[in-house]
Design a protein. Structure first.
Length: 762
């Protein structure tokens, strides 16, 4: 590898928000596949992330929040198995919001008019919601009318304390934990008019303060558990409303509880950072044992959720630490766990090599830095622009033009365009808003500024409902700055019909989640959550505004990139790398020979590929990166195949000498980081017809071995390093340069943890 400067940018103060709520769309997958299961993750800035547990956890989309908003509770409700689950949230107000995953927009906001909502629960039959409020009331809402229909049903007998937690006991009773050290059970039957059926009292706090019952969980019709501010976990008999067993398991508040589908395994967590498991040891007597605790978080645990299927069981937890932690429910004691990196699947960053600019955005704020020539970017950088939008909505997307003269910013409600010009001193960027009534009324989930020939620019917007619109940008003769061309109508682009039927009941899988534009501005690539990837030819829109379907993958694409060789690279969630020719829409020669035998070190990575870029000095070198790794594939050479399994070698007729020749070909890369072996294992599922092509490759290697004996190590087909982590963004920064944003966890600000006398106050 030739000399390479890597700008390690640790000064970018990107800080993810705390996790405040977790909810699986199904606690149990009865069909065993779990293909329609999704995890909703609520954060303190009002964002809700939707995660797919398949393919080792894929972040599919984000429902954006706004200034002063927080997600304090999430529930899914599903009345009919033939319909997708509905998602509801609460956030420190008197309203309940229902979300549409297809558009990422709220479709209903219901005002309870009964005080600030502290807790929310859905009935097992998915037809009703219960909302616990700070005025002591529990409001029952009817949602049986379908999406966006929320109707008042009744208010249960009011109390004089906040209702901090709720759980349904069947479809006719509600269990609530209150701020007066009591647990109450209400009836929702019409004839009983919301009366209290029973009351249970927990221990009083030593500080003479009222004990807060933060969490309740109904295990079955006869049994429930509670967690409170004294650190106690209690098991209760719901038939007699009496205490069965108490565990003083935690040193501080128990904030969340979770139970498996059988009700025989329970987990508690809270301020002391520990997750403690409990197992039923005597079903007849209702006796439990606390058998294990694990310290997996560095701060308060705010939420937990469980999902089980035939092939997997997940215990997901999160809190102030900001990262999701994944455990195995069935093997909690000895199983490994995984802490997902803070890297976003769609990084909120952009690099402009021609102007040496680096941009980041979060919430309502955009920052732009100018990076100097030193490889230590932290000592040679300057913040040249900081801008905060006046709107309350969080930014969904922001893009700089390739020359750094234009900035486009979108929220879910509006899009704004700005001209950027150097100030008189040259030490900052002057920001001028470009007026456009059409854009200000058009929200977008994604956008791109497209540079074309003859100084022409286009602005692409992907609307919340995945409609693509192109706006023409022209230079104003008087100011020489770009403005929206009001004389030309916007162009509506249409996606090709998806010929491959999807059996999923989820309605958001045809949503667009990735867009990529070629450097010359001719081609536009679009990826959908269903796995479909489409191609638009922007220079021939007069002939057709409908895309061509490149392919329908069984796995969602996580990265797209056009090359200077008139091809497009697609990377899927399983880190399968394929390359298509843009003219024929067929796999390139390199992809046909190598996509099925990529190095094990690459395909076995758990963290998804978040981006692809190419070395300007070597268009064949494809760089890929994820949250904990950085590597490249050299498409000018084939992946070495000396580690094909022995029985496969015999079938392919590859001898030991052939293996030795291939190993010599795979010389190690030299450069600024350590070398990783570039060999690969062949997938046993390769079809027989592909074996002929592999044999041909071996024969070709035999003939060319003498010619390659003098080649240098720069011809390595593969290289990978884990030296940089966590990586938030990586891209080329010009010939021989890479810009890489790191955010060491030690630099992320956190409030004092439990050992610093951390306390919760209402």
């Amino acid at each position: 590898m030739s000399s390479l400067d890597i700008h390690r940018c640790q000064f970018v103060d990107f800080t993810p928000h705390s996790i405040t709520a977790l909810a699986f769309s199904k606690p149990l997958s009865k069909d065993g596949s779990g293909s329609d299961v999704r995890l909703a993750v609520g954060r303190s800035n009002g964002d809700i992330e939707i995660w797919n547990p398949r393919w080792v956890w894929v972040h599919e989309l984000t429902l954006r929040g706004g200034r002063g908003r927080s997600v304090e509770g999430l529930v899914w409700a599903q009345g009919d198995d033939s319909e997708p689950a509905r998602l509801f949230s609460i956030g420190g107000s008197t309203s309940i919001t229902e979300w549409d995953l297809e558009t990422s927009l709220p479709i209903a906001n219901y005002q309870c008019d009964a005080g600030v909502i502290w807790s929310l629960a859905a009935s097992p039959d998915g037809t009703r919601l219960a909302a616990g409020c700070d005025d002591g009331s529990v409001v029952i809402l009817d949602i049986s009318g379908g999406p966006s229909i929320i109707e008042f049903s009744r208010i249960l007998q009011r109390q004089d304390a906040r209702v901090l937690s709720l759980a349904w006991r069947g479809n006719d009773q509600i269990v609530g934990g209150l701020a007066d050290a009591r647990i109450r059970v209400w009836s929702t039957k019409a004839e009983l008019r919301g009366k209290i059926l029973g009351t249970m009292k927990v221990d009083q706090s030593k500080e003479q303060e009222s004990t807060l019952v933060w969490s309740v969980q109904v295990l079955n019709h006869k049994l429930m558990i509670s967690g409170d501010s004294t650190g106690s976990v209690k098991f209760w008999d719901l038939t007699r409303f009496s205490l069965l067993q108490t565990f003083k398991a935690h040193e501080a508040d128990v904030l969340c509880l979770a139970a498996d589908a059988s009700g025989h395994n329970v987990f508690s967590a809270g301020v002391d950072r520990k997750i403690i498991s409990y197992t039923m040891i005597n079903k007849e007597l209702g006796r439990w044992a606390s058998n294990l605790s694990r310290l997996l978080h560095s701060h308060d645990i705010r939420a937990m959720a469980i999902h089980e299927s035939n092939h997997s069981s997940f215990l997901v937890s999160g809190g102030v630490e900001r990262s999701l932690v994944i455990n195995d429910v069935r093997n909690f004691a000895e199983g490994s766990y995984r802490k997902l990196p803070i890297t976003l699947q769609q990084p909120p960053f952009a690099a402009i090599p021609s102007r040496r600019l680096l941009m980041s955005y979060a919430d309502q704020t955009i920052k732009i830095w100018k990076i100097g020539a030193s490889s230590n970017a932290g000592e040679n950088k300057k913040l040249v622009c900081r801008m905060t939008l006046s709107a309350d909505e969080n930014i969904t997307s922001a893009q700089l033009s390739s020359d750094g003269s234009l900035l486009a910013v979108s929220t879910i409600a509006e899009t704004k365009l700005f001209n950027l010009t150097p100030s008189e001193s040259g030490k900052a960027l002057k920001v001028t808003k470009i007026p456009s009534h059409d854009l200000e009324e058009q929200g977008a989930r994604l956008l791109k500024i497209i540079n074309q020939a003859n100084d022409k620019k286009l602005l692409l917007l992907v609307s919340p409902d995945s409609e693509l619109t192109l706006y023409s940008l022209v230079r104003d003769e008087s100011t020489q700055q770009y403005v929206v061309d009001v004389e030309q109508d916007p162009i509506e682009l249409e996606l090709a019909a998806n010929k491959f039927k999807n059996s999923s009941k989820l309605n958001h899988l045809d949503s667009i989640h990735l867009v990529q534009v070629s450097d010359n501005g001719r081609y536009l690539g679009v990826a959908r959550l269903s796995g479909a990837v489409d191609l638009f030819d922007l220079e021939n829109l007069d002939a057709s505004t409908t895309s061509k379907l490149i392919g329908k993958f069984s796995i969602v694409a996580t990265a797209l990139k056009f090359t200077s060789r008139n091809t497009i690279v697609i990377v899927t969630a399983e880190i399968k790398v394929v390359e298509y020719d843009l003219e024929s829409l067929t796999l390139t020669s390199w992809s046909r020979q190598n996509s099925e035998i990529l190095p094990r070190q690459l395909v076995e990575l758990q963290d998804k590929c978040c981006g692809v870029f190419f070395d300007p000095e070597n268009s064949q070198r494809m760089w890929l990166w994820g949250g904990t790794w950085l590597g490249f594939l050299d498409t000018s050479v084939n992946i070495p195949i000396q580690r094909i399994p022995k029985r496969r070698r015999n079938r392919l007729g590859i001898s030991t000498e052939d293996e030795t020749a291939q190993e010599e070909e795979n010389t190690a890369a030299n450069g600024n980081a350590s070398t990783v072996n570039g060999s690969a294992d062949v997938d046993e599922s390769i079809e027989d017809e592909e074996e002929t092509e592999i044999i041909a490759r071996v024969e070709e290697t035999r003939k060319k071995e003498k010619q390659r004996s003098d080649e240098s190590s720069s011809n390595s087909a593969f290289w990978l390093t884990r030296k940089y982590r966590p990586i938030l963004f990586a891209d080329t920064f010009g010939p021989g340069e890479i810009v890489l944003i790191e955010r060491p966890l030690a630099k992320i600000p956190l409030p004092p943890a439990f050992w610093s006398n951390h306390r919760i106050t209402l």
